[in-house]
Design a protein around this ligand. Sequence first.
Ligand code: PHE
Length: 441
Amino acid sequence: MQGRGVFSSRLGFVLTAAGSAVGLGNIWKFPYVAGNEGGGAFLIIYLGLVFSLGLSVMLAEFAVGRAAGRNPVGAYKHLKGGLWPLVGFMGIAAGFIILSFYSVVGGWTLTYVMEAIAGGLPSDRESLGATFGATISDPVRPVLMHGLFMGITVFIVYSGVEGGIEKANKVLMPMLFVLLIVLVGRSVTLDGAADGIRFFLQPDFSKVTPSMISAALGQAFFSLSLGLGAMITYGSYLDKKADLPKAAIMVTGLDTMVALLAGFLILPAVFAFGLDPSAGPGLTFITLPAIFSSMPWGGLFAVLFFLLLTIAALTSSVSLLEVVVSYMIDERGHGRRKATVKAAIAIFLLGIPSSLSFGVWSDVTIAGKTIFDLFDYMTSNIMLPLGGIAVSLFVGWSIKPAAIDEIHHGRDKKFRLTPVWIMILRFVAPVTIAWILVSGL
Ligand code: PHE
């Protein structure tokens, strides 16, 4: 397809795909899900799933995207047709829903940037939870900040892939990485941090339940941006010279490193400060100010950290919006600008109930879950794994020769793991994911 834009360099692509993967999922969600699910045993299962199924599905999405050069719906249509485009539709719906609540959390990070600049983050440990609670339960400000976060996302997507998205990623991802390492250094040397490290690393296999495995799978898909076609969309902007298996390994590796760093940042501090590891979505926001207040130049680190976290969130939200927008452009004939604004307004509106579910609507529940939790559960634990099964079957059975061909473009040597990859896509991934899905329900 002409005029869709391509990445200007291969490093730019890897960093941009990593920019999609690395985000709130790693730094906000991973520590609290690990905390909720009991630490060490969760970590082992998570890592196992990421490097077997996650990696294979990511390579499958890259192959589909680049082979088709289209958005998820268009890609399935173009490569095979039949009922397959429905999978693309489900992905676009998932992207839409995820962005609606993701942007609410993005709004919290923006709020914390402003508070950090104004020096208004709480420093006494007793009130950390209460301050966070007050911040997110307000009926007005979090909604406005959610709107602001969506606004910035729109601004970046507006400028197209090579302009906005790629440039921002190249500089900011490495900065975030370095800052995380510095902060981990502080966290693991706090008094009492050892208990947190033990919690994170020492498996207690009595904690392994179907719902924990399902949480690990959902977290893996969410964190790697898989199952909805975000990597199909980014793959579609990639030129034929890039080495897909290498890119998939690098993106998966980077994403996992950042999640591990976030675990070593948050969990030791949780224990050092006597907080509860299963505190839920507030865990990172409650813990971090305590870390900052215990270090020299804490105020400066706070500003920097929340700024970089917001940016990491933006490079992910951009990929979510891009999924929806690329569909509207390719399949519906919209212009980029109109598509971006239209989609963003709808997503903003859908996000409002999620924001209110931490305050005035906190007792509106469906199946025992608030709207926010329900959206998160529905997408991470159901829609993304379903999308993962579908893309595995699609590549493993339906377009196998073309897919194998595709992953060999841009490589000088044959990809030796091809038979393993195909085996995983044909049997292991669909069966395992289906089993986890069913037993998780
Ligand atoms: N992977 C992103 C994160 O960890 C979120 C995301 C999910 C982005 C799905 C795109 C698709 O923050």
